[in-house]
Ligand binder design. Structure first.
Ligand code: PRT
Ligand code: ZN
Length: 286
């Protein structure tokens, strides 16, 4: 038995590119050669299984794979015994209820007696039960959005991201059943060696994610304003201060959360900071 960590990822679809990009940012090269289902990664004790996303929770629960990257919507629908370890920040979407645009929808009560088509019968059934909605569910595996138009259902429960599929099929979104994004999952109990490898993988993923959520900021500051500027910067620690060739001025460097720049820029300018430069960070290891 190999002691490599086996990671199941989507073979081709909406998750695949972002997943291989994430692995590659973690220094793990695992591109899918034609028709191969299993690839041994370079630079990490890992083998990647390329599979359909729907099979990922099952493979992980059954121990065929040790871990997987898949939409949380699929994990929850499959309801297999796996642990959700980390949110990965891509493939964000929602599982929503939609009815025909002409439907005089006002509240959930209006859904009683209606017939819904979905590929998510488990999640939808649980939602109807929790909300006390008495509607019926018809499970179909694809092209859910056309069901109302062809008279197969009154409404649908499907994944929405921009909402344009609903609009182009004459549907309107009425409630959100679940918000989802790609997640890292693992088997309930991993052997210690695999678990150590998984921790290393998670550490790398977290460093990459932290980097993409932060910016490195550099600016010129008159020396008398350094304390004020340091107080404004939402940095990780005290900023780095280095003298400029010009007497009385310093270069101040710090790491700030992505969106903070726009919150603090005016205060920094008022405090006398000039020539601000904001640059992306590739990895941020704490
Ligand atoms: O072949 P395989 O089974 O592996 O893939 P799949 O066809 O089942 O899944 P895929 O690749 O379409 O989606 C994989 C995962 O991406 C989903 O499980 C979600 O977690 C996530 N995701 C994010 C989405 C979307 N956004 C999305 N927009 N999955 C599907 N859609 C579809 C949706 O079903 C609808 O048809 O896109 C349409 C809606 O998009 P908008 O932008 O028009 O609202
Ligand atoms: Zn699928």
């Amino acid at each position: 038995m190999s002691n490599r960590l086996r990671l199941a990822i989507q073979s081709s679809g909406r998750l695949s590119e972002a997943t291989t990009d994430l692995l590659s940012a973690c220094g793990i090269k695992a591109s899918k050669p034609d028709r191969k289902l299993r690839v041994v990664a370079e630079h990490f004790d890992l083998e990647v299984l390329f599979v359909r996303d729907d099979d990922i929770p099952g493979y992980v629960a059954d121990g065929v794979a040790d871990a997987g990257i898949v939409g949380e919507n699929v994990v929850l629908e499959k309801a297999r015994d796996v642990q959700v370890l980390d949110q990965l920040g891509f493939a964000k979407c929602r599982l929503s209820l939609a009815v025909q645009k002409s439907h005089p929808y006002e509240s959930l009560e209006d859904l009683n007696g209606l017939h819904f088509a979905t590929s998510y019968p488990v999640l939808l059934g649980r939602y109807f039960e929790e909300k006390g909605v008495d509607a019926s569910i018809h499970q179909i595996s694809g092209s859910v959005e056309i069901a109302p138009g062809i008279g197969l259902a009154d409404g649908i429960c499907d994944i929405v991201s921009s909402g344009s599929t609903l609009i182009s099929n004459g549907l309107k979104e009425v409630d959100v059943v679940l918000r989802s994004e790609a997640v890292l999952i693992a088997g309930a109990e991993l052997e210690p060696e695999k678990s150590a490898l998984l921790d290393r993988l998670r550490f790398r993923i977290q460093s990459v994610q932290r980097a993409s959520n932060h910016r490195y900021i550099l600016m010129n500051v008159p020396n008398e304003s350094i304390d004020e500027v340091s107080g404004i910067l939402p940095g990780m620690r005290a900023p780095t201060v280095m003298p400029l060739a010009e007497e009385g001025w310093s270069s101040v460097h710090s790491v700030i959360p992505e969106n903070s720049f726009w919150d603090v820029i005016d205060s920094l300018k008022d405090a006398g900071a000039e020539g601000m430069l904001v640059v992306p960070i590739e990895k941020l290891v704490l």
